[in-house]
Design a protein around this ligand. Structure first.
Ligand code: HEM
Ligand code: HEM
Length: 200
């Protein structure tokens, strides 16, 4: 989609770009405060970690609201053509003739994977807030049994490892030279209307 000057149209509105980079900053802060102490870099990680977690929760709530009420869910919803695209990729065949799509099968795939990992992290992380002392409240571990807390901690840690892997994968593909137009679109807004088909 191009405007009258022949420039590419807006791929990501300002609100979505702000969401992406604030969410990325909070996720990087969360992963750093979680994993740096484990590899031996010791600092007071907990206050930074839980405030970044609360910030991520609020950002994701705004994003879900905008996706459902303003932008619509269609562009990011996986469809039959996405399965065909994955099959073609496995066979090394082109997918340009498939239904044109703003996000290709792999972008939708990583979105679903990040979404699931973040929802598990946010749900378990919010529950874990009752286990810590802050200036606003005192810890009260007795609200759940030890076994329940065990499940919550394992789920939080496992989802964190999954998210770490997904972020490394996502950043690797985002900085490849052939994806430069999409990286520019996430910074300045203008970019290709379609990631699959349509030759935009
Ligand atoms: C139930 C939860 C979620 C729903 C329903 C949802 C829905 C969507 C939809 C429909 C889009 C495409 C908007 C468009 O371009 O038309 C989108 C884009 C995106 N989503 Fe989500 N999402 C959810 C959770 C998440 C989570 C947890 C993250 C990351 C922490 C995330 C990160 C992104 C990013 C970075 C984009 C691209 C920005 C853009 O909208 O242009 N999403 N999401
Ligand atoms: C810090 C370095 C990062 C870079 C360079 C980066 C780059 C990008 C770019 C260029 C896009 C847009 C692709 C398009 O226009 O279709 C995008 C989308 C998206 N980003 Fe990031 N991102 C980063 C961090 C993150 C983090 C930390 C997360 C979540 C944990 C994340 C989640 C997403 C999601 C879910 C989308 C939508 C799906 C997609 O288009 O791949 N990003 N990112």
């Amino acid at each position: 989609m191009s405007d009258r000057e022949g420039l590419p149209g807006i791929r990501h509105k300002l609100a979505e770009r702000l969401f992406h980079w604030l969410m990325a900053a909070s996720v990087v802060a969360l992963l750093a405060t979680a994993f740096l102490p484990i590899v031996g870099i010791r600092f007071a990680w907990l206050p930074l970690h839980w405030t970044a977690g609360v910030a991520l929760t609020l950002l994701v709530l705004v994003h879900i609201g905008r996706a459902g009420l303003v932008n619509g869910l269609a562009a990011m919803s996986p469809r039959g053509a996405d399965l065909v695209e994955v099959g073609r990729a496995v066979l090394g065949r082109p997918a340009d003739d498939l239904a044109p799509a703003k996000y290709d099968a792999f972008q939708k795939g990583i979105h679903v994977a990040v979404l699931l990992a973040v929802l598990v992290l946010v749900a378990t992380g919010l529950a874990m807030l009752v286990k810590i002392d802050t200036s606003l409240w005192k810890r009260d571990p007795a609200v759940l049994s030890d076994l329940s807390w065990g499940y919550i901690y394992v789920a939080h840690g496992a989802a964190a490892l999954v998210l770490l892997f997904l972020v490394i994968l996502h950043v690797y593909f985002a900085i490849l030279p052939e994806h430069r137009a999409f990286l520019r679109a996430m910074i300045v807004g203008r970019g290709p209307a379609l990631a699959r088909g349509g030759k935009s």
